[in-house]
Design a protein around this ligand. Structure first.
Ligand SMILES: [Cu+2]
Length: 162
């Protein structure tokens, strides 16, 4: 089962293939030019007015690239974050880009790099799916749909936080 979606590349419109399994989440693979995005999950805000988080894997089949922007119709705004340590406490820092090595993989996972989802639309949370848009340094734009999961479920899906 597959459906075609359009992704805008630096050289104009390119066609990306969106392959959906039985639902958004573990079965979903989103492809842009030279890139494959998989394992797309979101965790809901812990309290009202707080951000949720986005986790996913991006694999480059070719050249090095970088994830430079996170946005989406279901969001007020998205940010790219890395996790660090300061005085024995876990801290988060906003970054402009997250590098993807050539023929390698960027993993957004608990305890590491992640997306922050500010102002998630309540209808998206209720539906259990958050639509977002990833923009890469190469110019590729890949729309994704994250399945909303609990932190415990996320750990089962992606492995424990590092
Ligand atoms: Cu964060």
């Amino acid at each position: 089962m597959g459906a075609a979606v359009r992704a805008r590349g630096s050289s104009g419109l390119v066609l990306a293939t969106l392959v959906l399994g039985c639902g958004a989440g573990e079965g979903a693979v989103f492809e842009g030019p030279g890139l494959t995005v998989s394992h797309v999950y979101a965790t809901p805000p812990l309290a009202e007015g707080r951000p949720g988080a986005l986790y996913l894997f991006v694999t480059s089949q070719g050249e090095a690239d970088a994830l430079v922007e996170l946005s989406g119709a279901d969001l007020e705004r998205g940010e790219l974050h890395v996790t660090g340590q300061a005085d024995g406490r876990r801290t988060m820092e906003r970054v402009d880009s997250l590098p993807i090595p050539a023929a390698g993989r960027l993993e957004l996972r608990p305890g590491g790099a992640h997306g922050m989802l500010f102002g998630i639309a309540s209808r998206a949370l209720e539906a259990g799916r958050v639509s977002a848009r990833l923009r890469f340094r190469s110019g590729a734009v890949v729309p994704v749909t994250a399945r909303v999961v609990s932190p415990g479920e996320l750990e089962e899906l992606l492995g424990p936080a590092r």
